[in-house]
Design a protein around this ligand. Structure first.
Ligand SMILES: *Cc1c(COP(=O)(O)O)cnc(C)c1O
Length: 421
């Protein structure tokens, strides 16, 4: 453990993310069943079952598990078939993994500013960024509060663009009766330890409807060649008949390639991870309910202070509260004072995420300040993320609420204490 980790563990009575995952006896039972079975520990029945249940939950034809959300995004971006000189419009307010593969691809990004009510890509700013070279839109459902997908998808369809949803926060969210990850063309999920469910600390999933993408993504994750397949080439002849029982499953022996697009990799999520994924998916709704219950308590405290603005959840949508966000509207000094007061009381505060167009890697690609004024103003002077996760005990939630109330009172003083009634 580094010095900082050691210090933070001691220091924060209410940590921002849970330490360890919410693992109960049912997870351990599933795990011991797999590791004690005589089945292989890779690419077997538990993966099939996990993926079947996941695609039924999301409502897509396909769900393919991989080793992380980052790898899901890498594969999803490959499926978009971008070429050098193409452009992508992406939200500037997300985790870097949403668009990181583009850095190495010679594909230009146009960063889209965000809706100040949700921190999601603002559909009103989208169309102006589309050029004849634009091929795709990449967005996140920030914190698990769904983006305005009806408008975004309508604009994308009008311009022939593909839509990639980074749904890493949005497992357990609802959009107008549907599930994020099924609203655009491809969805990517993360089962990292901090996310709404976990597969032993790391894992991810791709969701989409297209059969050709399922074949490609399956090849990529299992160390085969990423290709588009044509009909069987008669010139290749029949597969070698080495042993009578041997049926060559590999595409190499059955199909000819119309185009080879790249190399595969190994991104197989292990059977023990998939087996716990099945159990976690069953209880995910309960874990998200706990997040919502904590969020409601925070809303209640913050709602007494007119200097604080809360994110807006659209009618008909369900927020999963992977992150809890509020905004201090009194300027950067007040925000700084609030964060300091909370920190002093043992509450770990974060600011997720630093606008991507201002990171060194994207500034080195010509991006910089002024590009997304709403995101910049919010990150630099308003936005605060508070702890909100099922790893918090009742005692910690009570401590969080009382520390929050005391800190708000300290910063905003009498004006708000009167408003408190
Ligand atoms: C966590 C996260 C990822 C990456 O997922 P990993 O499983 O940690 O690789 C990608 N995008 C967003 C928005 C995330 O929060």
């Amino acid at each position: 453990m580094t010095e900082i980790q050691e210090r933070e563990k001691v220091r924060y009575q209410v940590p921002f993310a849970r330490r360890g995952s919410v693992v109960d006896n049912d997870d351990l039972d599933a795990l011991s069943k797999v590791v004690r079975s005589d089945e292989p520990l890779s690419s077997g029945q538990w993966r099939d079952e996990f993926e079947r249940r996941f695609r039924e939950h999301i409502g897509t034809r396909h769900a393919l598990s991989v080793t992380s959300g980052t790898v899901a995004l890498e594969i999803a971006i490959r499926l978009l078939n971008l070429r050098p000189g193409d452009e992508v419009v992406a939200t500037c307010q997300t985790f870097q993994a949403s668009i990181q593969p583009l850095l190495a691809m010679n594909v230009a990004v146009r960063f889209c500013d965000i809706d100040p009510d949700t921190l999601n890509l603002d559909p009103d700013k989208l169309e102006a960024l589309i050029t004849p070279r634009t091929k795709a839109v990449i967005l996140v459902h920030y914190a698990g509060n769904p983006a305005r997908m009806r408008e975004i998808v309508a604009i994308a369809r009008r311009h022939g663009l593909l839509v990639l949803e980074d749904a890493a926060h949005a497992l357990g969210s609802g959009y107008q009766g549907r599930r994020p990850g099924s609203l655009g063309d491809i969805g990517c999920f993360s089962f990292h330890s901090s996310k709404n469910m976990t597969t032993l600390g790391e894992g991810g999933m791709l969701t989409f409807d297209r059969d050709d993408w399922a074949a490609r993504a399956d090849r990529i994750r299992s160390n085969e060649v990423d290709m588009t397949a044509g009909p069987v080439n008669p010139a290749l002849g029949a597969p070698p008949d080495v042993l009578p029982w041997m049926k060559f499953s590999s595409a190499i022996y059955r199909e000819s390639y119309t185009a080879i697009l790249g190399a595969g990799t190994n991104a197989t999520l292990s059977e023990p991870a998939c087996a716990t994924g099945i159990v976690q998916l069953d209880k995910m709704a309960g874990l998200v309910r706990r997040r919502r219950a904590i969020a409601a308590r925070l809303d209640e405290v913050l709602g007494r202070y007119p200097e604080i603005r809360l994110p807006v959840v659209a009618a008909g949508d369900e927020h999963a509260y992977h992150l809890y966000t509020c905004f201090v509207t009194d300027g950067a000094d007040a925000r700084h004072a609030l964060i300091t007061a909370l920190d002093r009381r043992g509450i770990e505060v974060q600011l997720r995420y630093f606008p991507l167009h201002l990171t060194p890697e994207w500034q080195a690609r010509g991006h910089g300040p002024g590009e997304c004024p709403v995101a910049e103003k919010l990150w630099f002077s308003e936005h605060v993320n508070l702890p909100c996760h099922p790893g918090l005990s009742e005692t910690q939630v009570s401590l969080l609420c009382s520390a929050l109330d005391a800190s708000l009172h300290e910063v905003f003083g009498r004006r708000s204490s009167l408003a408190r009634g």
